[in-house]
Structure formats: C-alpha cells, structure tokens
Design a protein around this ligand. Structure first.
Ligand SMILES: C[S@@+](CC[C@H](N)C(=O)[O-])C[C@H]1O[C@@H](n2cnc3c(N)ncnc32)[C@H](O)[C@@H]1O
Length: 278
C-alpha cells in the first residue's frame, strides 16, 4: 500500500471528533513509524510502505480511534523546546504548564543559585526545565508514583540535566531542606468530575495525577499549610491551578501568611497560576 492510501485509511479510522483530527494524527503516526518528517509524506505520497509498517499503522490508528492518547502512542512530546518521553501511568505534559514555568523563569533571575522543590513531578517537565534554565540552582523533585519517578529519571538522563534529583515522597514526607521556591502542578480535578472527562484522560491517564479530592483543592491545602516549614524567608510558592480555582487558593495562601498573592490568567482567559511569597 502507498503512503496516501494508508493516510486515507488512518483518517477514516481515527475520524474528526471534538478531540481528534483524523488526517493530522495519521500523518504524525506514519511519520513516527517511517522515521521521516511530515514533509516527506507529501513529497513521496505514492511511495510503497512495507506490509509490516502498514499493519503497525493500522493497529495504532485503531487504538487511537478508541481514545488511546496520541502522546502515549508516539512515546514523546515537546515541552518548552525540549523532547520528553511519555509513558502510560504518568500524566502527559500539557502546554498549559508552560505558562507556569514561564512565569517562574520571568520572575526570577537565572544567574542566582536557587534551591527549588517541585511536588508531583510526573514526567519531570517542570523540574528539568527549571534545572536547565537555572543552571547554578539545585532542583529536588518528589513524586509518590514509581512510574513517574522512573520516567522523570529517564528524561533527566536523556536531557543530561545534572542539577536535578528526583526522590520518592508523599508530599513533604521525605523532604528535609528549606527552599527558595516551591512549585507544584498537583492533582486538581474534583473527584466526581473525572469520569466526565474525555476518554483519553478519564480512562488512560493515571487517577493519582488527576484526583484532587471532593472540591479539587486537597493538595493545595496540604502543600500550603505545611509549606512554611520548607520555605526559606521570602521564599515563593507557585501553583498551576484549575480554570476556576484562583480565588479559593488565593484565600488559602493569604490565610497562611503569604504576601504578594496573585492569580495569573492564561491566554484563554482562565485562572492558571497562583503565586505568593512569605
Ligand atoms: C497533575 S500531575 C503533574 C505532573 C507534572 N508535574 C506535570 O506538570 O506534567 C500530579 C503529580 O502528582 C503526583 N502525586 C499525587 N499524589 C502525590 C503525593 N501524595 N505526593 C507526591 N506526589 C503526588 C502524581 O503522581 C503526579 O505525577
């Protein structure tokens, strides 16, 4: 079968829905399998594809049509210009999180040697981007999930970022030092909302990375209340938050003695980041 025929099968299998684009995703899958870039598929659309690749392609398109995330199929995503591996049981990096990391970078000068703590590292995107940006700093990232820690360490090795270490910890349980910056993108979806999310998230992404308790705020409460023991004087706390959680988290921060508390709205007009300092 030739490239353009396979892409047509992929398009008709994956289809266009609220969350899929049949042709675009077929192109990404076939480029991945053939190890070529997208432009090759246009230039050589009449080229014959081996039977093995064609079978793999159809199998992947079928899996995608059943809601399996494209990022797990392809095994990698880009986050702020760096390539990260993905794996099942670990949250897929979101572009929303770039907004949080960009804010931390723009508010803090990269030549200063900060001690940074991240709670809930997942694939390691936040810790590794900050480690790469703040090269004189030391970043400690914790997660309760062995899957996440394994993937974060793999990404650290691939990207050769040495000033970041990942340790297993239930929130602050194994954290001993004090930090200039604590950052977290914790699970923040209210428990009852999870089953109503798109199948890619509700079925295929790990609940431990999503479930923020009854009102979605459980992790913010825990992290904020205990943060004063782990932040240095004038230390800063940064959170990624859900689209409507800004005011609640702002209040939690103020009630716990934080100053300069600010809700930062993203390009889509949603609450996205809250920051405060001691
Ligand atoms: C929303 S994900 C964020 C992952 C990553 N930082 C990112 O932005 O893509 C939340 C992470 O918190 C971790 N987590 C959940 N409960 C935790 C706990 N009690 N202690 C530490 N980490 C936890 C999950 O395993 C998951 O990796």
């Amino acid at each position: 079968m030739v490239i353009k025929e396979l892409l047509k099968i992929g398009r008709d299998t994956i289809k266009d829905t609220e969350y899929t684009n049949g042709l675009n995703e077929s192109r990404q899958i076939l480029s991945f399998l053939l190890k070529v870039d997208n432009s090759y598929l246009y230039a050589y659309s009449d080229e014959e594809v081996s039977e093995k690749i064609a079978e793999e392609f159809i199998e992947m398109a079928q899996k995608r049509s059943e809601g399996y995330p494209l990022q797990y199929l392809l095994g990698s995503v880009e986050f702020m210009g760096l390539e990260y591996q993905t794996s099942e049981n670990v949250l897929i990096p979101r572009t929303d999180t770039e907004f949080l990391v960009e804010r931390i970078i723009s508010e803090n000068k990269s030549e200063i040697d900060f001690d940074i703590l991240e709670i809930g590292v997942g694939s390691g995107i936040i810790s590794l981007t900050l480690g790469n940006e703040f090269k004189d700093s030391k970043v400690t990232g914790v997660d309760i999930s062995d899957y996440a820690l394994k993937l974060a360490n793999k990404n650290k090795e691939n990207l050769k970022i040495d000033n970041v270490r990942f340790i297993k910890s239930n929130l602050y349980e194994n954290v001993v030092d004090k930090y200039d910056i604590i950052v977290s993108n914790p699970p923040y979806i209210p428990s009852d909302d999870i089953d109503g999310l798109q199948v890619e998230v509700a079925v295929h992404e790990p609940r431990i990375a999503l479930d923020g308790g009854n009102d979605g705020l459980d992790f913010y409460r825990e992290i904020i209340v205990n943060s004063t023991s782990y932040l240095k004087k004038k230390g800063k706390l940064y959170f990624e938050i859900g689209y409507n959680q800004g005011e609640d988290i702002k209040k939690l921060l103020i009630d716990n003695g934080f100053r300069e508390v600010e809700i930062i709205i993203d390009f889509a007009g949603n609450d996205r980041v809250v920051r405060g300092e001691l």
